[in-house]
Ligand binder design. Structure first.
Ligand code: TYD
Ligand code: MG
Length: 462
């Protein structure tokens, strides 16, 4: 049988198929398979050539780690794990227009005071970038600016004598390697371009900052195909309607991955939000039913957010469940536990759940806050305005302990809350806080807090 001369490559995950299909079997995305020429020959085995024996070394060595390059933007530095590591490649992914170029231009504007910085834009002309720099107030920073898309030129520049310490490539989807036939933005080009750039960055000890657009449409290769090649993957996310932007580390070879940095987009670019809890709670009205303040953790930092629920009678046969900022499967579980273990009738109602401020909460510790918001909406009785709630809920209705209770309580106390509805603590906890704690063993103990007659005990106050 003749060898196939073309193959179909998924532009989202990189899977290869001999036949076209509407949906990629690898990642489930639609319309992402693109025809490409098959490589001339299959990779060969090693053959007969002899290898060189490796020289092994010990884990501890004399080499001092090079100092990290700090941007001075504390939110950015923390997410990177304490500054940028020389010779590392960082991918900053995000939806188009979310503010990646703005963030990186601000970062190199600061870094340029200590290091030589280069900014290569494949998307915008030099004048456009200059205009933006003026708006951001960093036009005076000594950043080397160029508009280029050919990777060969960029590699030659980095290999030249006076190589910068930090280079931004905006974006990797506009770059191309001239030995490949496929168009810029395809998986093959994005991978090859990134590989060449990363290789030269490692060789020269340059910090490589790659911008990658997340594409819904799937016609252009997204940052996913690069995640395994780079050292650090940061995602810049946020709701377009909100001015908050969250920088989240999803992979980091040089630091923790659960850190977030919070920014606010304004007229003069992005500004740091050092106290996100105050920001997320700024528009809170304490006296409405269906809202509970969740004391969550994002990495090492406690973040308080408001969880809002609306339970309303449904005109539909299959009631609606709509969730923003939380996991809908988790909501279904909390609803089921409330029904089956606590006798709360929610089934025939529409349920809407929203995490205010555009934050996405992933912790199971939010279960109890969600349950409190749901029950509060159902009964019409507000959660006490001065209370924060957190705790995981098990399938039998038990309220389970979560990590870092003290950090969460401290943050709540700092922001003026005086009550915490939390899982029962085995050790009894440290009583040095001004907070009153209401400790629950079972979800059923939450119900008395919302009895409309007002006579319900407030749990077992300590
Ligand atoms: P940008 O950094 O160009 O997004 P990306 O590189 O991720 O595609 O951000 C563009 C958006 O940011 C645009 O919608 C306008 C907004 N913006 C501001 O609100 N204020 C500013 O000072 C700047 C520079 C941009
Ligand atoms: Mg951009």
């Amino acid at each position: 049988m003749a060898k196939p001369t073309t193959r179909y490559v998924c532009q989202s995950c990189g899977s290869v198929f001999p036949k076209w299909a509407g949906r990629c079997d690898g990642c489930g995305e639609w319309n992402t398979l693109i025809e490409e020429a098959a490589p001339d020959s299959a990779p060969k085995g090693l053959g007969v050539g002899k290898g060189r024996r490796l020289e092994f070394v010990g884990l501890s060595g004399a080499s001092e780690p090079a100092p990290r390059r700090m941007t001075g933007i504390a939110e950015f530095d923390r997410v990177c794990g304490g500054g940028l590591v020389p010779g590392s490649a960082v991918l900053i992914g995000g939806d188009p227009g979310i503010g990646k170029s703005t963030l990186l231009l601000q970062a190199v504007g600061r870094l340029a005071q200590d290091w030589r910085c280069a900014y290569v834009s494949g998307e915008e002309a030099v004048d456009q970038v200059r205009l933006r720099a003026q708006r951001l107030g960093c036009a005076a920073a000594p950043v080397d600016l160029a508009s280029a898309t050919n990777v060969r030129d960029i590699v030659a520049t980095l290999d030249g004598g006076d190589c910068p310490g930090i280079i931004v490539i905006d974006s990797i989807q506009t770059m191309y390697v001239d030995t490949l036939d496929s168009a810029p933005g395809t998986v093959a080009q994005v991978r090859a371009s990134a590989q060449e750039l990363i290789r030269v960055a490692k060789r020269r000890g340059v910090v490589l900052l790659l911008v990658g657009h997340v594409t819904k449409e799937g016609m252009i290769a997204g940052p996913r195909v690069l995640e395994h090649m780079v050292d650090t993957v940061l995602y810049f996310e946020g709701e377009r309607g909100h001015q908050f932007r969250i920088l989240r580390a999803v992979k980091n070879r040089f630091g923790p991955t659960d850190e977030i940095g919070v920014f606010e987009m304004g007229d003069a670019g992005l500004s740091e939000v050092t106290n996100p809890s105050a920001l997320f709670l700024a528009e809170r009205r304490g006296d409405v039913s269906g809202a509970a303040v969740f004391a969550g953790m994002e990495g090492t930092r406690p973040v308080l957010v408001e969880v809002q629920a609306l339970v309303a009678p449904s005109p539909l046969g299959t009631p609606r469940r709509a969730v923003v900022g939380w996991d809908s499967a988790r909501l279904a579980m909390v609803l089921a536990v409330l029904e089956a273990r606590c006798g709360v009738q929610i089934g025939a109602n529409d349920v809407y759940l929203n995490v205010a401020g555009g934050l996405k909460v992933t912790e199971p510790a939010a279960d109890l806050a969600v349950a409190a918001a749901l029950v509060s909406s159902l009964t019409g009785e507000p959660v006490p305005a001065d209370a924060v709630v957190f705790g995981e809920i098990g399938l039998s209705g038990e309220v389970r302990a979560v990590s870092q209770t003290d950090t969460r309580l401290k943050e709540a106390a700092k922001l003026g809350f005086s009550t915490a509805i939390i899982p029962a603590r085995r050790s009894g906890g440290k009583g040095d806080l001004s907070l009153r704690t209401v400790e629950l063993h079972h979800l059923g103990e939450l119900m008395p807090l919302f009895q409309t007659d007002g006579g319900g005990s407030r749990g077992r106050g300590r």
